[in-house]
Design a protein around this ligand. Structure first.
Ligand SMILES: Nc1ncnc2c1ncn2[C@@H]1O[C@H](COP(=O)(O)OP(=O)(O)OP(=O)(O)O)[C@@H](O)[C@H]1O
Length: 262
C-alpha cells in the first residue's frame, strides 16, 4: 500500500527547545493510527507537521506523495482533513451547523458570498447524517453541547473527502455517553474501506475505537513504539511512555489501562 505520510529523521525545534527529536514514521493508505503520550510529549506538534501547518526544522516530510518544501501546500491542504479544537474556535458561533460543514468545501469558516453548488449541500447533509447531526443542521454552532460540537468538527473535516484525516483529541472533555457515541461513530467510519488513512491523538487507550489498526507512543518528542496496535501498545511500552507501571486489558477490541498496584 502507498504511503500517505512519511517522516524521515524529522526534528522540530521551537524557541531553542527540541519538541520532535529525529522522528521517522510512515502511514500507509488504509491504516488507522492512534497517537498516545504524556502532556507536552509532542503529539499535537506531530499532527501539525503532518497537516503541513508546521514546517519541520530538519528532516524530510512527504504528505500524499508530495515533499513539503518542494510543493504547493495550498494545493495539498484541501486533501487533508484536520479536526482540532484550535480550528473549531475559529468557527463563527452564530453559523448554522449545515453552514459550518458546507464551508469546508471552500476552506473558509464563515459563510459569505461563496456560490455553493447543490452538490456541496447534498454532500454536507449526507456527512451530517453519517455523524448523527441531521436534527441539528439548522441550529447555531455556538448553541451545541461539547459532544455535538466535536461531531461537527469531524463532519467538517471529512466534508472534502480527504485522503488523510487528522483528529486531535476528538473525545477530550466529553462525558461517558458522548464519548462512547463518538468512539462508536469513529469506529464505524474507520472500519469502512472507503475511509481515508486516519491519525488520531488521544490521552486514553479507552478512547481507541475498534477498527483502528496501528499505534504510536511518544515521549519527550521521540517515538517509544510504533506499529500494529497489539505490538505498539503493551504494558511495557505504556510504562516507558507514561513513567508508571501499567495494567492493560483488551476486551471486544477496546483497551483499558490503569496504574498497576504495588
Ligand atoms: N512555540 C513554541 N515554543 C516553545 N515550545 C513550544 C511551542 N509550541 C509548543 N511548545 C512545547 O512543545 C511541547 C510539545 O507540545 P505539543 O502541543 O505538541 O504536546 P502534546 O503532546 O500535544 O501535549 P498535550 O497532551 O498537553 O496536548 C510542549 O512542551 C510545549 O510547551
Amino acid at each position: 500500500m502507498a504511503n500517505v505520510l512519511q517522516l524521515r529523521d524529522v526534528s522540530v525545534v521551537r524557541s531553542g527547545t527540541t519538541i520532535l527529536d529525529d522522528v521517522s514514521w510512515s502511514v500507509a493508505d488504509g491504516e488507522r493510527w492512534v497517537i498516545l503520550g504524556r502532556n507536552g510529549a509532542g503529539k499535537s506538534t506531530l499532527l501539525q507537521v503532518a497537516s503541513t501547518q508546521l514546517h519541520a526544522s530538519s528532516g524530510r516530510v512527504d504528505v500524499l506523495g508530495e515533499t513539503i518544501g518542494q510543493s504547493d501546500v495550498f494545493e495539498l491542504r484541501p486533501r487533508i482533513g484536520f479536526a482540532t479544537s484550535t480550528l473549531a474556535r475559529r468557527l463563527p458561533q452564530n453559523e448554522t451547523v449545515l453552514n459550518a460543514v458546507v464551508t469546508a468545501a471552500f476552506a473558509v469558516t464563515g459563510r459569505w458570498n461563496e456560490d455553493y453548488e447543490e452538490l456541496d449541500i447534498r454532500r454536507a447533509r449526507r456527512v451530517l447524517a453519517e455523524w448523527g447531526l441531521t436534527d441539528l443542521a439548522d441550529r447555531n454552532f455556538g448553541t451545541l453541547s461539547d459532544g455535538e460540537q466535536k461531531r461537527v468538527q469531524i463532519a467538517r473535516s471529512v466534508m472534502t473527502d480527504p485522503e488523510l484525516l487528522l483528529l486531535d483529541e476528538p473525545a477530550a472533555s466529553l462525558d461517558l455517553g458522548a464519548r462512547e457515541e463518538l468512539i462508536g461513530l469513529l469506529g464505524g467510519y474507520a472500519s469502512s474501506a472507503a475511509a481515508p488513512a486516519i491519525v488520531m491523538v488521544t490521552h486514553h487507550v479507552e478512547e481507541i475505537p475498534v477498527g483502528f489498526t496501528h499505534g504510536l507512543l511518544i515521549a519527550d518528542g521521540r517515538i517509544v513504539s510504533a506499529g500494529p496496535l497489539d505490538e505498539a501498545i503493551t504494558e511495557a511500552s505504556l510504562e516507558s511512555t507514561f513513567g508508571l507501571p501499567v495494567e492493560l486489558s483488551v476486551s471486544d477490541g477496546r483497551f483499558a489501562a490503569r496504574a498497576r498496584r504495588a
